[in-house]
Design a protein around this ligand. Structure first.
Ligand code: OAD
Length: 246
């Protein structure tokens, strides 16, 4: 693993970036940090809300026992997100979809900032904070940026829940399979702003690497994935990703 600071993007990475046709990017909370979205982990901190660690309130068990508390946590997060804008990293990744013959953007984020920056076909591995889903019939509803969120299903009348993957739940049907397929095909894989602790998404760079891809991590901190990477660019996504375009 080659570890370099942002200003020294290695020639090999630049050359691969210029010639690659199949590129995959996996993003995590860190890609939105410069927009003002708090990360879950990193800097030796863990997110806590009303005394509850995020992985307790964001869990299938919490949903089962207290749907309204789970909504309060997601309402709180939407309240923060409502006024935040994409940053340079989101905009750079949106440009990359035009640049490569096949470009796949996988995100663990539920904030919708990649789409706000113009990215299409984002594979949302953990759902979206801007949608609700019926706990019975599964119909999905957009949650407006302003005004009330729906809490009753218009189709069957049952309660709605956040359309977000909680701890203890499976990923959306087919999301991991599609992501794993794209990971196995890509030549160049970027892992941006994720602690790489949550599986199955953290397995995707491993699949890419095992299938022959060149693996590049972008993160101010080391992660469990760092040693597997061909190159680690140490710094902020909003500083580093635009430099690759130059
Ligand atoms: P984490 O909060 O675990 O990790 C954020 C990572 O971003 C850390 O490694 C930071 O060092 C890094 N980081 C911070 N600022 C950055 C910046 N400006 N540029 C680049 N990197 C930066 O977030 P995730 O790895 O996304 O799941 O967490 C994975 C999942 O755990 C989330 O999707 C969420 C959470 O539980 C669910 O809610 C299901």
């Amino acid at each position: 693993m080659q570890s370099v600071v942002a200003q020294q993007i290695p020639a090999e990475l630049r050359q691969r970036f210029q010639t690659a046709s199949q590129v995959l990017v996996l993003t995590g909370a860190g890609v939105s940090a410069e927009s003002g979205v708090p990360t879950f982990r990193g800097g030796a901190n863990t997110a806590v809300w009303q005394g509850l660690p995020f992985d307790v309130i964001s869990s299938a068990t919490a949903l089962e026992h207290d749907l309204s508390a789970v909504w309060q946590w997601f309402d709180y997060r939407r309240g923060i997100l409502r006024y935040l804008e994409p940053n340079a990293a989101h905009y750079t990744l949106a440009r990359w979809q035009e640049r490569f013959a096949q470009f796949t953007l996988l995100t663990q984020n539920v904030d919708g900032l990649h789409q706000a920056a113009g990215s299409n076909d984002v594979i949302e591995m953990h759902g979206s904070i801007w949608r609700a889903r019926c706990i019975s019939c599964g119909v999905r509803f957009e949650i407006p940026r302003e005004g009330e969120r729906p809490d009753i299903c218009f189709a069957c009348g049952d309660r709605l829940r956040p359309d977000v993957v909680l701890f203890g739940e499976m990923l959306p049907t087919g999301a991991f399979e599609l992501a794993a397929h794209r990971a196995s095909e890509c030549e160049l894989c970027f892992v941006v702003g994720t602690s790489a602790l949550v599986y199955p998404p953290a397995a995707l760079p491993e699949i890419a690497k095992a299938s022959g891809a060149y693996l590049c991590e972008v993160n101010p901190e080391q992660t469990p994935l760092s040693d597997l990477c061909d190159v680690v660019l140490t710094g902020k996504a909003g500083d580093i990703l635009p430099q690759l375009d130059q």
